[in-house]
Design a protein around this ligand. Structure first.
Ligand code: MG
Length: 321
């Protein structure tokens, strides 16, 4: 019996070695120059998966789905895309939004992975965003797991007006949370990163700027623009991307996707793939018959999901640590 207990203890310790917990390893993230770094100042990259709009795919906003993305898909970060538009969004139904988003945040904290609280908007709602992020930072600012994304993809707003917006939201967050990473969107669906490079925000620390790409639409031109911005000193975080066309549908371009991934790996830029959803469109990673919780066998993972899972498995392979 004693021998069995010892064997069991050894087996458990071996298993625990394989469960990589990035927040245990890297702790409180910080931005040094253009790089995301761990608590000791060593550069790190987060790679993960975004859930779809909470108000369209609420069924995937559950603890087990998050654990599936962490344990089976090797995500070190998950993104909760809290819808600010489309029917039943946060502005219309905040209680339901929080019922979706909070289990995702709390499961990430419990499993020691990073989590992006994403204000998934295309239009500016300053007052509501300040109020929301004040409350989120008061509640979760003490957890190194949490990253705030304050404006998913601005469409029509100028960089000057976005700077005013970001200053207000960041100031509200920093009253409660002096250090967690804040992601700031830039004009035209997070593509005009050159405008940020010419005139970045001043006076804040641990700020990064988001670039979003869809590889079947955006190629070398946007990649070069991103690299130029990094060379000018802009810390970039790709908080959403896909191998499809920018609509989220249409062609999947595996070659351009590979070039994007290689570029981000070379520059040390963190990336998050869009999305855990089950619509009949090419960016959706799962079939409608996939369970809400996972684990998801290959036969319910669509092509885009397989590509994302494949890159995560390749690059987030920390099991040898
Ligand atoms: Mg903090």
């Amino acid at each position: 019996m004693k021998r069995l207990t010892i064997l069991l203890a050894i087996a458990l310790s071996v298993l625990s070695v394989h469960a990589f917990e990035p927040v245990k390893e890297w702790g409180q993230l910080q931005v040094n120059g253009t790089r995301l770094c761990d608590q000791n100042g060593n550069p790190v990259m987060l790679r993960g998966i975004s859930l779809g709009w909470h108000n369209i795919w609420p069924r995937f906003y559950n603890k087990k789905a998050v654990k599936t993305l962490v344990n089976d898909w090797h995500a070190t970060v998950v993104r909760a895309a809290m819808g600010i538009q489309i029917e039943d969004n946060y502005l219309e139904n905040p209680d339901f939004a929080m019922q979706c988003v909070e289990p995702v945040i709390q499961t990430a904290i419990k499993n020691n992975v990073y989590v992006i609280i994403d204000w998934h908007a295309h239009k500016m709602h300053t007052r509501e965003a300040v109020d929301f992020f004040s409350r989120m930072s008061a509640k979760y600012g003490k957890y190194p797991h949490v990253i705030y994304e304050i404006f998913n993809e601005p469409v029509d707003d100028s960089w000057e007006s976005l700077k005013t917006y970001a200053t207000q939201v960041i100031t509200a967050i920093r009253k409660n949370d002096p250090d967690n990473i804040i992601l700031v969107g830039c004009p035209h669906w997070d593509q005009d990163i050159h405008l940020v490079a010419d005139s970045p925000l001043q006076g804040f620390s641990n700020i990064m700027y988001t670039v979003h790409f869809y590889a079947a639409t955006h190629g070398e031109e946007l990649r070069q623009r991103m690299e130029d911005a990094v060379k000018k000193g802009v810390p970039v975080f790709v908080s959403e991307c896909g191998a499809t066309e920018a609509s989220g549908n249409g062609r999947i371009d595996e070659e351009q996707e590979r070039l994007w991934i290689e570029c981000m790996e070379r520059l040390g830029i963190s990336w998050v793939c869009w999305s855990v959803s089950d619509k009949d469109e090419s960016c959706s990673m799962l079939l409608p018959r996939a369970t809400a919780t996972g684990p998801w066998a290959d036969d319910v993972i669509k092509k885009h999901g397989k590509i994302a899972k494949g890159y995560l498995t390749k690059y987030n392979n920390f099991s040898s640590r």
